[in-house]
Design a protein around this ligand. Structure first.
Ligand code: SF4
Ligand code: SF4
Length: 141
């Protein structure tokens, strides 16, 4: 958590937040295209504390697990040596706030916490995610 994430343009008051940005990691993943790709995402979502989201057409894998340095008072216990991404988080390149920690909803276009949510989305989009090749005993030709 940037303890005081201050910039001239706007102010994020981290002290009003419970350290939301220190409670997960999120990695961009390849945009899935094939039934095999979709099946991999289903495997991710079979695990606890894993979610997938789409933001501005990019897909992300998020693992909800708190940083080992996050303190009980929501401050950073590794502040002087915290990674660069911790220092940068909260601001985009234009210097505008991108933090979702306090009073703004997330910018996710889609958010999947379960296999069923992902499957419903893929079905809605007309994707073949459960192919005969993958599930010959489940799907009848
Ligand atoms: S190192 Fe500090 S700022 Fe970075 S995620 Fe951990 S607690 Fe948060
Ligand atoms: S989520 Fe935002 S407000 Fe909360 S600690 Fe992180 S940067 Fe500060």
């Amino acid at each position: 958590m940037p303890e005081t994430n201050v910039q001239e343009k706007k102010l994020i008051d981290c002290k009003e937040c419970d350290g939301n940005c220190c409670r997960y990691i999120a990695l961009q993943i390849d945009t899935p295209e094939t039934p095999e790709d979709f099946d991999h995402l289903r495997w991710y979502l079979a695990h606890q504390q894993v979610v997938i989201f789409i933001e501005k057409n990019d897909w992300y894998l998020q693992v909800n697990t708190p940083c080992r340095y996050l303190q009980a008072n929501h401050s950073c216990g590794h502040y002087e040596k915290r990674p660069q991404i911790c220092r940068d988080y909260g601001w985009d390149e234009a210097g505008d706030t991108e933090c979702h920690g306090t009073d703004r909803p997330c910018d996710h276009d889609e958010y999947f916490a379960t296999l069923e949510e992902l499957e419903a989305y893929l079905t809605r989009k007309g994707h073949v995610w459960a192919s005969l090749k993958l599930y010959p005993n489940v799907i009848k030709s």
